[in-house]
Design a protein. Structure first.
Length: 106
């Protein structure tokens, strides 16, 4: 899309002013991402398995207490995941499943 913006993004008064900033932003973010480590080969999206659910269950009260106090799931999930021996993605999937089940009960 940056190439499209480079060639077609100039066709308006506001666009003529904004386009250089957008191009610099896109190029800067691209260059920053080049330094990131690649995704490991064989990486898979997290799955909520029965084993993961059983590992998370002992930490449910702490998990939801922290979330109800306003802590962000992105901050809480790695902590609970470390304690439970699962991935943060599995903790997030667990929270989504509990919220979905609760919504269906109401």
């Amino acid at each position: 899309m940056t190439a499209t913006t480079l060639f077609l993004g100039w066709w308006g008064t506001i666009s003529f002013i904004v386009t250089p900033f957008l191009l610099l932003n896109n190029i800067g973010r691209y260059l920053f991402c080049l330094g990131m480590s690649p995704v490991p080969s064989g990486a898979m999206p997290p799955e909520l398995t029965d084993d993961a659910v059983e590992r998370i269950k002992p930490h449910v009260s702490d998990l939801f207490d922290r979330l109800n106090q306003g802590e962000d799931l992105a901050a809480v999930a790695p902590i609970i995941a470390d304690r439970a021996g699962v991935s943060p993605g599995q903790v997030a999937l667990f929270v989504q499943a509990v919220v979905r089940a609760h919504a269906q009960q109401e």
